[in-house]
Design a protein around this ligand. Structure first.
Ligand SMILES: NC(=O)c1ccc[n+]([C@@H]2O[C@H](COP(=O)([O-])OP(=O)(O)OC[C@H]3O[C@@H](n4cnc5c(N)ncnc54)[C@H](OP(=O)(O)O)[C@@H]3O)[C@@H](O)[C@H]2O)c1
Length: 264
């Protein structure tokens, strides 16, 4: 069985590794974090091994870089030259290019992944970009493994990863923020928090399910809820009048600019 060693076991790494484990990926797991606590906890959840220090690094098939981008240089100093040169390095770091990873870690095979947190419930979106040195077999294995718990989209140009980051990577946060606003408004109008929360959760879940299962476009689905001069119509007119589309457009440009800035 192939081994995956993760440097960092935060929210995102946990979502991915638990997703792999739940779907019985043909992998064993070795987990490392500087403070040990989260590595020990994740090792327990996925029948893995906890790596206590970076002095000696096991020769794994895959190394997953799961720290924050600003923690990468510290990690790289400790692990460069100690990795199996044939392994594929999987990086989930936002904005860190394959060239940066190759030079900081002294490796050639890199899979850059832009994940999102719904991987925790088997409904994640993962965007892939492979460096040239990753073989066809390795690409197929990694695609199959991630597809067991998420939707995988492979991009041929790395700059496309900067584009999609602010959509699928950050996207869940936009949904949760919109959901929060709806819940708070419902409560302010007198509905109990528990009921408001459940109703909005199910409204989002049901709308996503309908969108996935229906051949209609988002616009058509919206129109089916919106009769002229009706309740929904009035709300959408306010969105339009306040420039909702322009605000979203500006927010997505800001996310993209930050993504490009981080890639430099
Ligand atoms: N969260 C998201 O929705 C999301 C989406 C797309 C991409 N990402 C990317 O995923 C990465 C991780 O994000 P996260 O939200 O999972 O972060 P997080 O919860 O803060 O976890 C970071 C992990 O990195 C570990 N770490 C810190 N310094 C390290 C070092 N020098 N060497 C090895 N490990 C180190 C931490 O260890 P301790 O446990 O000891 O503190 C922790 O386990 C980021 O690069 C981010 O860009 C996240």
């Amino acid at each position: 069985m192939k081994n995956l060693l993760s440097f960092g076991c935060g929210n995102m790494a946990q979502a991915i590794i638990e997703g792999m484990y739940k779907e019985k990926a043909e992998l064993s797991y070795t987990l490392y974090t500087p403070s040990n606590t989260r590595a020990i906890a994740l090792a327990k959840n996925v029948s893995g091994t906890h790596l206590e220090s970076l002095e000696k690094i096991p020769a794994s098939d895959f190394y997953m870089i799961s720290c924050k981008p600003q923690q990468l240089s510290d990690l790289a100093k400790e692990i460069k030259g100690k990795l199996n040169p044939d392994a594929v390095v999987i990086s989930i770091l936002a904005g860190t290019t394959t060239d940066t990873l190759k030079s900081l870690l002294g490796v050639e095979k890199v899979l850059r992944v832009m994940p999102n947190t719904p991987s925790l419930v088997g409904a994640g979106v993962n965007a892939f970009y492979f460096s040239a040195a990753v073989s066809k077999e390795e690409r197929e294995f990694l695609t199959r493994t991630f597809e067991s718990f998420s939707k995988v989209f492979t991009f041929e140009a790395e700059k496309e990863i900067d584009i999609i980051t602010g959509f699928s990577g950050s996207g869940p946060a936009y949904i949760f923020e919109f959901s929060r606003i709806l819940v708070e408004k419902m409560i302010s109008m007198g509905i109990e928090r528990e009921i408001a929360t459940e109703m909005i959760k199910w409204t989002f879940y049901g709308s996503s399910k309908l969108q996935l299962e229906s051949p209609d476009s988002s616009e058509e689905l919206r129109n089916k809820v919106t009769s002229k001069k009706g309740v929904t119509f009035e709300a959408l007119e306010v969105f339009k009048g306040a420039g909702f589309e322009k605000i979203v457009d500006q927010a997505l440009d800001a996310a993209y600019n930050r993504s490009v800035e981080l890639s430099k």
